[in-house]
Design a protein around this ligand. Structure first.
Ligand code: GTQ
Ligand code: FE2
Length: 341
């Protein structure tokens, strides 16, 4: 303490030394709108793929366990636990022929959208799931998973996790295994979804499907294409957990949408954040007044409460895969949406 220390300064020092927080000093940064230091950003597939292939040369999978390049939001502070948005991790993952990423399980929930390659598979809690381009795969929280590749050429997919959210809660827990999982006889889909059941003994517990085929989702979009569509998203379907009718995972919901040729959607904002991945076609989004053009393979992050609209100024369909933290935000009572004026 210097000779000029006043009673007030002495009071604040005493508070700090004894572990008190004067609330009146903390409320200055708050206001009536949700806000984040993260920014909208697009990662172009051309660049991301090139860097991913370099990772294939530089990093042996034995060392890395997962050869994953995360998309880090450019607004992130160095020590901030963020992914592409405040709550959502987005990344590309590469597995080369003959490699196996060993089994582990963790509290974050994971999804994958297959971008290129053939001959790879993932094993999720003993179920072997082959990976084909356009497949949407689930690894719900605490499900064991390993990834192998028996084909030729690189296998690349988009990973989506709620790990930044789980990290912030200090509950990112991981178990690792060196032995591969025994692969069970795959249970037929009608058993899994409760459409067929054996009539004696213990019934099968309903388990949600772990893979959704692109062709099925595209067929659903085709069926809906002549409707007026959603004002903000045009023709959109949600991947559902058929055993609950709810989102695919506790914290994450996922979608496939068609922006029809010539369509300009209306602008809105909401308190969940979204990662978009371009499945086919091209177009652009206006995010916070900025035009962001996108084409096949690109990944676009829109953090919470940024106003955005989507546009297809071409003559071909544009198809977007997306996932959000909406179930988590809703469970916390924080979900809000506002259309543009
Ligand atoms: O494939 O198991 O992008 O555990 C991040 C964490 C992928 C995975 C990621 C993971 C994985
Ligand atoms: Fe994992």
């Amino acid at each position: 303490m210097t000779a000029t220390t006043t009673d007030t300064e002495r009071f604040y020092a005493e508070l700090q030394e004894n572990h008190y927080s004067p609330l009146w000093q903390l409320m200055g940064g708050l206001g009536p709108e949700a806000k984040t230091n993260l920014v909208p950003h697009i990662w172009r597939y051309e660049q991301a793929r090139e860097l991913m292939m370099q990772a294939g040369e530089v990093v042996p999978l034995e060392d890395a366990l997962r050869r994953v390049l995360g998309f880090r939001n450019p607004g992130s502070r160095p020590d901030q636990r963020t992914g592409a948005t405040d709550s959502l991790w987005a990344a590309l993952q590469l597995v080369l022929p003959g490699e196996i990423a060993p089994p582990h399980r963790h509290t974050p929930s994971a999804l994958r959208f297959i971008v290129e390659g053939e001959g790879a598979y993932t094993v999720v809690n003993g179920q072997r799931v082959p990976m084909e381009v356009g497949d949407f795969l689930l690894t719900p929280a605490l499900h064991w998973h390993e990834h192998g590749h028996e084909g030729d050429g690189p296998m690349i997919w988009l990973d989506g996790l709620d790990s930044p959210l789980i990290s912030r809660l200090n509950q990112y827990i991981i178990d690792e295994e060196s032995d591969f999982q025994p692969v069970d006889k795959p249970m037929p889909a009608p058993y899994v979804q409760g459409m067929l059941a054996k009539t004696w003994g213990e019934p099968h517990a309903l388990t949600q499907p772990l893979v959704y085929k692109l062709a099925d989702a595209l067929e659903a979009l085709e069926y809906l294409r002549d409707l007026e569509g959603d004002p903000y998203d045009d023709i959109i379907v949600e991947y559902k957990n058929p055993t609950t009718g709810g989102p695919v995972m506790t914290t994450i919901s996922a979608y496939l949408q068609l922006i029809r040729p010539g369509v300009d959607t209306k602008s809105h904002r909401h308190t969940h954040s979204t990662v978009y991945h371009v499945v086919s076609g091209s177009g652009y989004s206006i995010v916070d007044g900025q035009k962001i053009e996108w084409t096949k393979g690109d990944t676009l992050a829109i953090p919470l409460w940024y106003e955005h609209s989507h546009h297809n100024d071409t003559t071909e369909d544009a198809v977007l895969f997306s996932y959000t933290d909406r179930p988590a935000i809703t469970a916390l009572g924080l979900w809000r949406e506002r259309g543009a004026a």
